[in-house]
Design a binder for this molecule. Structure first.
Ligand SMILES: [Fe+2]
Length: 126
């Protein structure tokens, strides 16, 4: 088995785990937003939540990705009293800015502690 075989993908409008990549601004600096559960909210409980999102960019004609960031979501209603009794829940959404001198592909992966690894990608035209 290869790690790549564990990544799932689907239509994000019907599958709540898929990281959705939106290009928010595109100039000298590219600003992107990545959201899990954009159309159908993903649960955000102590027992079931999105743990992290990673974002990569691969410039056209290149083989090695540049990691743009890794974002951990570490509050899911935990409490000293009981699971889900806490009042704080980090949302699985991030905004990343980067400079790209060539077009390429933006890739995002996410990890649900129950349902595993998910991925998506969008082409960045310059
Ligand atoms: Fe899940």
């Amino acid at each position: 088995m290869d790690l790549k075989d564990l990544f799932q993908s689907a239509d994000w409008k019907q599958e709540k785990h898929v990281p959705v990549i939106d290009i928010v601004e595109q100039g000298e600096i590219v600003k992107i937003a990545i959201t899990v559960g954009k159309e159908i909210p993903h649960p955000n409980t102590t027992e079931h939540h999105i743990c992290w999102i990673e974002v990569y960019f691969v410039a056209e004609g290149e083989k090695i990705p540049s990691q743009l960031g890794r974002f951990e979501f570490t509050s899911h209603g935990e409490s000293i009293g009981a699971p889900n009794a806490g009042s704080v829940h980090t949302s699985p959404e991030v905004v990343v800015s980067f400079k790209a001198e060539k077009p390429g592909t933006i890739l995002a992966s996410s990890y649900c502690n129950i349902h595993g690894l998910w991925q998506s990608s969008v082409v960045l035209s310059i």
